[in-house]
Every structure is written in structure tokens, then in C-alpha cells.
Design a protein around this ligand. Structure first.
Ligand code: G3P
Ligand code: MG
Length: 249
């Protein structure tokens, strides 16, 4: 039951924006993906202490900002004041952590296709999913194609599905847990997003036989991408999507 609403023909998705060229999960990384002519971007959404959905990967602020502590224990007004660019390069100093709403608006403006990864901090699986769906309902036209919502959290995906029957969902996996197939089917996911290291030709065929897209993360090596595509993988997430695009596709 592969959804006709997704166009994955570009076969490469900019991971956390074009994150080799600009600080991950920032508007600069989104802009860079656009400039590289990559139509799809992936990014991670987490809640602040006061439940504002923001774009960040880690549960803590240290790696990608000049702040400290846990995202889930920091209010949005304090997170908004952080520098999320200097760690990457001084040229990006002053870049901040966008809210999910800001990020979506900019993606829509640039006509980008989006993969929203629900990235709940510990214990916030349902709340994060609810905030993601509510923000999508407010800021992303339902008629707009190419919206894919994914998560490693089955609890988050279940909450998202309960709120919106028509969402295109992707189940993220970094290992094959016992009932992954059941989760994929029960949640009516259109796609399985797997760590490329756990994929084999046989597994890809098994997922394709279920009528689901297969996406693989994070693939920066063109040789690796070539092999995955030869197995039938539909698209790869890459920090260097331009390299994959020019050398493989
Ligand atoms: O969505 C693909 C990939 O982003 C999943 O892993 O840890 O980079 O969010 P991570
Ligand atoms: Mg991610």
C-alpha cells in the first residue's frame, strides 16, 4: 500500500538539513539544502520544558549550542537566546535553534519536502507527537505533498496516527526488534527508515514485498549508496546529499 502522495524520485534526503555544510537542524542548513537543489530535508523535533517544539537532535544542549543542560528542562526563552552556529563554524555565529513552526514555514516557502522526525526526550513520547501533529495542522497545508513523519518511538507514532489517519508515517529502526513488522503494519506506516548497517538485500526485499518504502540513514559514502539502491532502497538520508546526487544518481 505504498502511498502515491510521496515523491521520492530524487532519492536523497538532506539529513538534519545539509548538515555537512551548515550547522545541523538550523535554518542555515535548510537553506543550504535548497541551494544544493535537494528537494527533501529531514530534521528532528523535541519539546522544551514549556512544551515548545523546537528543532534539535540531542537531549542536551552542549554539543550543538553554547548552552548547557537538558532541552526538556530548559524554557524556550532561554533556548531561543543560544548560539547554535558557532560550534560548527564562526561564520554561522548567531544562528539560533528554530521552532518547529518557523522551520516548517521556511520549508514551505522554499517548496521543500519534509521528513519530520519526532525525537521525544525521555518520557515525552506522546506530548511530542501531539505537538508535532498540531503544529503541522496549523502550518502545513494538508494538500501539500511530501510530508513524512517518522520516529524511533512506537508510542509517538501511535499518538500521531490516532490524531491523523492520513499522515504518511515512517518507522525508524536501528535494530530489528521482535515485532517490527507488526508495528509497521498496525501503524499503517508507508515507510521503514533503517540504519543502513542493519539492511541486507533480503530485508529490503521483505519490506518492499509489504508494499512499503525503504529509506536508509545515514549514508555519506557513494559506494554504500550505490549498493543500497541496487537492493531496491528508495532513498537515503545523507549529510552530503549533493555528493550522493552527483556521484550515484
Ligand atoms: O531520520 C533518520 C535519522 O535522522 C535517524 O537518526 O539519530 O540522526 O536522528 P538520527
Ligand atoms: Mg533524525
Amino acid at each position: 500500500m505504498t502511498s502515491p502522495r510521496l515523491d521520492l524520485s530524487s532519492r536523497v534526503i538532506a539529513h538534519r538539513g545539509a548538515s555537512h555544510y551548515a550547522p545541523e537542524n538550523t535554518l542555515a542548513a535548510l537553506q543550504k539544502a535548497y541551494e544544493l537543489h535537494i528537494p527533501w530535508i529531514e530534521f528532528d523535533v523535541m519539546l522544551t520544558e514549556d512544551n515548545v517544539p523546537i528543532i534539535i537532535h540531542d537531549e542536551t544542549l552542549e554539543r550543538t549550542t553554547d548552552g548547557h543542560g537538558e532541552v526538556a528542562k530548559t524554557a524556550y526563552k532561554d533556548i531561543a537566546a543560544l548560539d547554535a552556529g558557532s560550534w560548527f563554524d564562526r561564520a554561522f555565529s548567531g544562528e539560533n535553534i528554530p521552532t518547529f513552526a518557523e522551520f516548517l514555514k521556511q520549508a514551505a516557502e522554499l517548496n521543500l519536502s519534509v521528513n519530520v522526525e519526532i525525537k521525544p526526550s525521555e518520557g515525552k513520547d506522546q506530548e511530542t507527537a501531539m505537538a508535532v501533529v498540531q503544529t503541522l495542522q496549523a502550518h502545513w497545508l494538508t494538500a501539500r505533498p511530501n510530508l513524512l513523519v517518522s520516529s524511533f518511538s512506537v508510542v509517538s507514532l501511535t499518538a500521531a496516527r490516532a490524531l491523523d489517519k492520513s499522515l504518511c508515517l515512517g518507522l525508524l529502526l536501528d535494530h530489528w526488534f521482535g515485532d517490527w513488522q507488526e508495528s509497521l503494519l498496525q501503524l499503517d506506516c508507508v515507510a521503514l527508515h533503517a540504519n543502513w548497517r542493519i539492511l541486507t538485500k533480503r530485508k529490503v526485499a521483505q519490506i518492499k514485498d509489504l508494499g512499503r518504502y525503504v529509506l536508509a540513514y545515514t549514508v555519506d559514502n557513494p559506494e554504500q549508496a550505490r549498493e543500497l539502491f541496487s537492493w531496491g532502497v528508495d532513498a537515503v538520508f545523507s549529510n552530503v546529499p549533493d555528493v550522493i546526487l552527483s556521484s550515484v544518481l
